[in-house]
Design a protein around this ligand. Sequence first.
Ligand code: PGA
Length: 315
Amino acid sequence: MAMLSTSLSGPKSATSYCAPEFSGLRRLCPNSNNVNSNFHSQAFLRFCSPRKPLKSVVAMAGTGTFFVGGNWKCNGTRESIAKLVSDLNSAKLESDVDVVVAPPFVYIDQVKSSLTGRIEIAAQNSWVSKGGAFTGEISVEQLKDTGCKWVILGHSERRHVIGEENQFIGKKAAYALGQGLGVIACIGELLEEREAGKTFDVCYQQLKAFADAVPSWDNIVIAYEPVWAIGTGVVATPVQAQEVHVAVRDWLKTNVSAEVASKTRIIYGGSVNGGNCAELAKQEDIDGFLVGGASLKGPEFATIVNSVTTKKVAA
Ligand code: PGA
């Protein structure tokens, strides 16, 4: 099946791409310029300190806090959302994770008034400028008024089903940031783009559209979501995800700044679930997840949030 062999190929393949070195624990790895090296890095670090208890040392290439978002998409009823909120309220969540959920607009009020303050609320979209005569749209001002702290922009369903384009998405991000919302900026390639060796090019173009529009990256989390993995049950392998995350961080370093590259969270999305999150989370450049289907089940979402523990190594 084609989707199971989606290795990067073509002119900008992993063989011609030189993974950059970043701060933190990667330096301790003997083969730190190899994208597969994290497996060795983790083993190496654990091997060096076998008797020490785990401490909160997190093997992340970046400096940000692990971030997990639940994108509920166009799902739920008052009743099912009340149950989901109740499950989330009783879940035990690791403290060192930023946790966000994105309910459908019409349920944001319900969620805001019933959900624990431990979890912040994101919208799934926002209008590109100040509200007014824009039938069917929701403004950033309204989102803030209902208690949203974040907005998901550039999701593949909006790009490929609704037809939103790079520049328009960049403008939305700039407006939302200007009004004080955090932006979960989604990027990712279609299966045919990956098979044509265009994965990096597509991601870079999408990143550039954000970079050209936004005044600062302070309040942006990048979600790498390969379109072929979204809602398909075909998750990217940890190595596939890691190599794009490294490329994204490298792009930020070259085109924005080393500081932004280090502090910007790059999270993975696409068929993440309770069973595969731990292996993905171990990857050094995976700073969290954007979760669709599995975020509709409170206990499973909590497992994904708590996968941060797999990043912790002996100090
Ligand atoms: P999925 O969706 O986890 O259901 O694949 C992810 C997303 O669209 O953000």
